[in-house]
Design a protein around this ligand. Structure first.
Ligand SMILES: [Zn+2]
Length: 127
């Protein structure tokens, strides 16, 4: 899915645009899904693609919604060496939206921690 910066600006609010399209980071403990425990699935705020499921969400104490497993192939990763750190960025491969980063200090069974900005996500409650 390709849209121009102007189209994304119209679709997204200011904070989502900054995070998703300009690789920003929301301030920790401020996101609406950090403490969110309802059952359902988390989708891309930009394109609606399913990304994570509530069953794999856990409290990492880091201030951002955290998951130990991605729910679809649409979560992609690439190396990110900005800010002088070597990290792995996660993106929505369907629309190239920035989601957050994945770290290797997560719980079993994957040992991964997908650390995601709330403003990169939308939530669909389970039926
Ligand atoms: Zn997307």
């Amino acid at each position: 899915m390709k849209k121009t910066a102007e189209q994304w600006r119209q679709q997204l609010d200011e904070e989502s645009y900054r995070v998703c399209r300009e690789k920003g980071t929301e301030r920790p403990f401020t996101g609406k899904y950090n403490d969110h425990r309802e059952r359902g699935e988390y989708v891309c705020i930009c394109c609606g693609e399913k990304l994570f499921e509530s069953a794999t969400k856990f409290d990492a104490g880091c201030g951002w919604p955290s998951f130990y497993q991605q729910a679809s192939e649409s979560v992609g990763s690439r190396e990110d060496s900005t800010l002088g750190m070597s990290r792995t960025e996660i993106i929505c491969t369907n629309c190239d939206s920035h989601l957050g980063h994945v770290f290797t200090d997560g719980p079993d069974p994957t040992g991964l921690r997908y650390c995601v900005n709330s403003v990169s996500l939308d939530f669909k409650p389970a039926e």
